[in-house]
Design a protein around this ligand. Sequence first.
Ligand SMILES: Nc1ncnc2c1ncn2[C@@H]1O[C@H](COP(=O)(O)OP(=O)(O)OP(=O)(O)O)[C@@H](O)[C@H]1O
Ligand SMILES: [Mg+2]
Length: 384
Amino acid sequence: MIVSHLRLKNWRNFQAVDVPLRSRMFLAGPNASGKSNLLDVFRFLRDIVNKRGGGLQQAVEERGGLSKIRCLAARKEPDVEIEVHLAGSVGEACSWKYSIGIRQHQRGTRLPYLVYERIWQGENQILDRPNEHDANDEMRLTQTHLEQISANERFRDLAKFFDSVLYQHLVPQLVRHPRAFTGPGVPGDPFGRTFLERVARTPDKTRKSRLRKIEQALKIAVPQLKDLAEVKDEAGIPHLEAVYEHWRPMGARQREDQFSDGTLRLIALLWSLLEGDGLLLLEEPELSLNAAIVRALPAVIYRLQGKHKRQVLISTHSADLLSDEGIGGEEILILTPTSEGTKVDAASAIQEVRDLLENGFTAGEAVIPRTMPKIGAQLWLFNA
Ligand SMILES: Nc1ncnc2c1ncn2[C@@H]1O[C@H](COP(=O)(O)OP(=O)(O)OP(=O)(O)O)[C@@H](O)[C@H]1O
Ligand SMILES: [Mg+2]
């Protein structure tokens, strides 16, 4: 299943978003234009349904409260609204529609609550809250039906889809030194503190097969690296190990603390593409990687999306990443900050970009210059 359409109102730096989505989408825009905020909508839905979490209340609290989520540019319509359409694949009819509006009690508990929660299965609306039960007890509206196992039986598939959202923004230092960073961690471990445990928890056969595939793919980027495997040290702590061939004829075994940043990020990127089939959110996969590798990533991602084309949303600043000729204008969202919040358009909906693409420019050439800040001399002349 994929999210085929996204509508937002007053979510972070967006006053209104209304865009169709493909199974592979690139999000391009200047710094602070809201690429991560846009990906965060899907993490928010995942946090709501998370079985170990505290549903809507915790999802809002983890983001610092509704006042942090609600768009600062919001005026007349103060509710935060999210609507997603799900379909089997691109072009198929919408199989689920989920929509919520969230507001905060002005007095008393000051808890966030649902102004409405609606679910459609195909054409049929199967949930419409507030309903008569909600009318008797206003606390009921502080929870979604999606997060309640007793209430979500008819739309468990929808809850499962949101639960399978995976967000990846690996920080190599966290993988190398997980014990140096203590604290409760972040839901879903996007930064990779428990990445090695995730690898170790995977059943033997699956893990070995994935690591073999990753090793194959790594051959282009890091040809010296061989025999990638998961091993445990004397204390039972999992590590990644590989033979690194160099001047020593037998090569030397290295562990993740000696792998380069790019190697670790690439391993984690490929691992998450091979792991699961839910919606995958990738933050700037180009980081630490050589331009030639970055240019090859869209094709790798496309191949690893599999037969059913698992959905992948990718934030990027890289013209190299978007230089692949297979990327269409409808696969790119351009985020443009304005005084009324950030606007989001498919690149194919902007005439100027369409013209460039039709004239043989790559998506990177047509799109990235639009996202670049105009830098004069002032940046370099600041007073030290
Ligand atoms: N509720 C809100 N209302 C308005 N703006 C907000 C709100 N919450 C966050 N922002 C703004 O969103 C911006 C950050 O957006 P985000 O981190 O998504 O940008 P980005 O495109 O991912 O940038 P980068 O490329 O640097 O990672 C900040 O400028 C922040 O002030
Ligand atoms: Mg970001």
